[in-house]
Design a protein around this ligand. Structure first.
Ligand code: IVH
Length: 716
């Protein structure tokens, strides 16, 4: 149980603030940096509120990296950085009528207004998208940026140019420099159409319009942005060389005159009552707007008053966001389904007794991951609160414990893949020692949920590089049960009739589908049959051409987690041939041995070992080795190196360099560095304190030299 903020001792508060800073920073990174949040907005808000509450009680414990100082995540590395001439700030949130009354009272108090002084506010819908800044110079759009952390964003000019609501040129009298700020968003209609296409193409569905829009503007290829229709509403500004108006309202009128899109729902309100009425009106229109809004924003209309009010840390004193409560309902959790993604990730999905939430029937909800289920203690049979907060995939907010059926047991997250029954593991980050939030199936190729993706990788350019075999063949042959494991590719090459038949069947299916769709007769061309045999012939030739394969490509093709082209090459170089490698992976010391290879860390080593520990992976490798010849990688030939191709073991303390450096030097000279002495060892370099390895060396008659002799040997 987490303690309430007012019950914490100072020491506990300190630890809790540290924990919250780390946890919130992680969520920020996933949300802003990777567009892939792992918790609901409500849960995130709760973490922030807890942080704020503890900081309010213990202001001297506020950390330099406190989440309350931060607006969002640091920009990611792939785009050029843009330092905002004026920071892009955030808004304070209000959740109740009282919060709004307090806000208005605060503004009046700050300005010292008399009772009958009128203060006008603009009221605007709060668009649920992502904010962007558009810089116009002499009326021409010259640069567009994301908010990033508020100080520094990403240059997404090319992507913003693809948005119709972003004029490339403003008309009328526009100041020399003018930065327009507003929200990029996607309409419901476009979002659903996009997801329909994704579904048809067998691709993963997008979670909600906001994340989709965020992902779209951060595509490196602007054509990808253009393929996802986006919109833009302007509502504020950054750097300006002159001001066209004196109120927020008139500024927005100027925006419209220049050709920018401004929300048609914006109103001016003179009293709190008018403000709250606006809130209710917008809330009742919310479902029919055709895009997501998550609240309403009120701003003091007069800009001179805004200037006087100024900012408190990260948000203006003159504005507030009045958030809508998320739409919620109660229902029963019937079951938890574990879905396996293409990368092996086990995703828990709540199966619910159907219930209407905000006008939509909900029967599935995401449970995010194992820790979330444990944190909320969600049990099958529980009555749960379900929420849709703009998200298409609803979330489980909490359990109503009083309604828990007797005997309901805590949910046990499976440790095996429900599809292929392989172990499902949570990896541990080498640096932080932290467990990954997701559990992943280690089945790889034998897991039907992952097979097609893995097989695609197997034939891809850096792996087996089988010309023309990717894409549709793999899927077709896998669906027909002809292609279950990589060895099947080579077995199929010996059966042209089977290939022929499968492809002909596939074509018949496709044209039947097309006929059904278009209601037309499909005129099959006679020449197709001949095309097919030619195709099959070419395919077989391409497969046969790869029956001899480099060891690095072979290892890469296995699709071992963390082992791509580079690591595969490092590993391949370290073993004389594939049999030696496979045999070594059976040994107790496999992880230690792999970790000795320069450039291979513990996580990679463990992943390789885990792969070979799965019986079915061993089988798959054995089957494959029956079909192909694996050519060992020659050790790099280093001209004149006296140790090229030699196996060297370092032992004891080295005094002139670290073990790591010695190893790297040796490897760069073409030597193989091993952790243990065997009859294959050529040389042992021993420093003070060397132990059992010396005895081993003597036993195998291996030459032993000291560090200085070694240095002399390799030339200093
Ligand atoms: S004004 C200094 N107006 O909400 C104030 N923001 O939580 C700048 N947003 O970062 C923001 N609709 O992404 C403003 N009509 C609106 C808005 C709006 C949506 C977003 C914006 C901002 C966030 C603050």
């Amino acid at each position: 149980m987490t303690k309430a903020p007012d019950k914490l001792t100072k020491a506990e508060a300190k630890a809790e603030l540290a924990r919250l800073a780390a946890e919130i920073a992680g969520h920020d990174r996933r949300y802003h940096g990777e567009d892939a949040p792992t918790i609901s907005d409500a849960a995130y808000d709760a973490l922030k509120r807890r942080n704020d509450a503890i900081e309010t009680r213990f202001p001297d414990l506020i950390r330099p990296d406190s989440p309350s100082h931060r607006v969002g995540a640091k920009p990611s590395e792939k785009f050029a950085k843009v330092v905002h001439a004026r920071p892009m700030l955030s808004l304070d949130n209000a959740f109740s009528d009282e919060d709004i009354e307090d806000f208005v009272a605060r503004v009046r108090r700050f300005l010292g207004s008399k009772e009958d002084d009128e203060i006008v506010f603009t009221a605007e819908p709060k668009i649920d998208g992502l904010s962007a800044s558009l810089r116009y110079e002499n009326g021409v759009f010259v640069q567009g940026a994301t908010r990033g952390d508020g100080q520094e964003g990403e240059d997404i000019t090319a992507n913003l140019r693809t948005i119709k609501d972003v004029p490339l040129r403003l008309h009328g009298e526009v100041p020399k420099v003018f930065e327009v700020r507003g929200e990029v968003y996607m309409t419901h209609r476009d979002f659903f159409a996009l997801n329909k296409r994704q579904e048809k193409d067998g691709k993963p569905l997008f979670v909600n319009p906001r994340n989709t829009a965020a992902g779209a503007v951060r595509q490196l290829d602007p054509a990808m942005t253009a393929a996802r229709p986006l919109h833009f509403f302007s509502y504020t500004w950054g750097e300006t060389s002159a001001m066209p108006a004196k109120t927020q309202w008139d500024m927005l009128q100027a925006f419209k005159d220049w050709g920018l899109k401004v929300s048609p729902l914006i109103r001016r309100c003179k009293t709190t009552a008018e403000i709250l009425k606006f809130y209710d009106d917008i809330q009742s229109k919310r479902a029919d707007l055709g895009y997501d809004i998550d609240g309403v924003v009120y701003k003091v209309d007069r800009l001179d008053l805004q200037d006087r009010l100024g900012f408190i840390s990260r948000s203006p004193r003159w504005a507030i966001a009045h958030k809508f409560p998320a739409e919620q309902a109660q229902t029963v959790l019937l079951d938890i389904d574990i879905q396996v993604g293409r990368t092996g990730k086990l995703a828990p999905v709540a199966k619910l007794r159907p219930v209407t939430v905000g006008g939509v029937v909900v029967q599935n909800a995401t449970l995010h991951n194992e820790d979330e289920i444990a944190r909320k203690d969600v049990r099958i049979g529980d009555t749960v609160v379900v929420q849709r907060a703009g998200d298409v995939i609803p979330q489980i907010v909490r359990v109503i414990e009083e309604k828990r059926p007797k005997g309901a047991k805590p949910y046990q997250f499976p440790h095996n893949c429900p599809v292929c029954h392989s172990h499902a593991v949570r990896e541990v980050d080498e640096k932080t020692g932290k467990e990954d939030v997701d559990r992943r199936c280690t089945g790889g190729l034998i897991c039907a949920a992952q097979a097609v993706e893995r097989l695609r990788h197997f034939v891809s350019r850096d792996a087996f590089d089988i010309d023309g075999f990717g894409g549709v063949y793999i899927e077709t042959l896998h669906d027909k049960g002809l292609l279950k494991e990589p060895a099947d590719i080579f077995r199929l090459a010996k059966k042209p009739e089977a290939l022929d038949r499968a492809l002909a069947e596939r074509r018949a299916e496709l044209s039947a589908e097309r006929r059904a769709r278009e209601g037309k007769e499909d005129v099959a061309k006679k020449s197709k049959k001949d095309d097919d045999s030619k195709l099959v012939e070419n395919l077989i030739a391409a497969i046969d051409a790869r029956r001899r394969i480099g060891m690095d490509r072979f290892i890469n093709a296995l699709g071992i987690r963390h082992v791509g082209e580079t690591n595969a090459r490092l590993i391949a170089r370290n073993y004389p041939d594939i049999d030696a490698f496979v045999a070594a992976m059976e040994g107790e010391t496999a992880v230690a041995e792999l970790s000795e290879i320069g450039g291979i860390g513990e996580v990679v080593a463990q992943a390789v070992k885990d792969f070979f520990d799965e019986k079915h992976n061993r089988k798959l490798v054995d089957h494959l080795l029956k079909e192909v010849d694996v050519v060992p990688l020659a050790a790099p030939k280093i001209a004149g190196s006296p140790v090229a191709g030699k196996t060297v073991v370092f032992t004891g303390t080295l005094e002139k360099m670290t073990r790591q450096e010695a190893k790297a030097r040796a490897e760069s000279l073409g030597a193989k560095v091993s952790g243990s002495v065997s009859k294959k060892t050529d040389l042992v370099v021993a420093g003070p304190g060397a132990g059992s390895k010396l005895a081993e060396a003597a036993k195998h008659g291996v030459e032993v030299i000291d560090e200085d002799s070694w240095l002399k040997m390799i030339g200093g």
